[in-house]
Design a binder for this molecule. Structure first.
Ligand SMILES: [Zn+2]
Length: 124
């Protein structure tokens, strides 16, 4: 038995053909990300979301230079994103934090480095 799931995420129709074989539950775990795709931004409640991909290159740690790819839903109104994670055994995907959208934070508004302490701030 195969399961065909068609879902609309933002303006994208996604169709997945899933081989259920004799294990329906296992097939549904693999399709969970699509079955539970968010219909609206949990941050601003807009339905103006788009399905997209994102590439990140590690800049520190033992995997410097390693490329990571993420699938996500992004709100076109506020920029918040909900990211899809991959099950550790590779059998499927899921919405991180249950599909909760994380607010967009511009890079120049990231937490400032604590480098504004001058010599005059050091007690004698
Ligand atoms: Zn939003």
């Amino acid at each position: 038995m195969n399961i065909k799931i068609t879902k609309k995420i933002g303006d994208t129709n996604i169709t997945a053909d899933i081989e259920a074989g004799s294990d329906l539950a296992k097939a549904l775990v693999g399709a969970d990300w699509l079955l539970n795709a968010p219909k609206m931004c949990s941050h601003c409640k807009s339905a103006n979301i788009v399905f997209s991909g994102r590439k990140v290159i590690a800049k520190q740690g033992e995997n410097v230079g390693k490329e990571y790819y993420y699938a996500q839903a992004r709100c076109k109104d506020c920029g918040a994103t909900a990211t899809i994670g991959k099950l550790s055994d590779g059998t499927g995907y899921f919405w991180r934090d249950g599909g909760k959208f994380e607010p967009y934070t511009p890079k120049n508004q990231a937490a400032p480095a604590n480098n504004d302490i001058g010599d005059s701030d050091i007690p004698f």
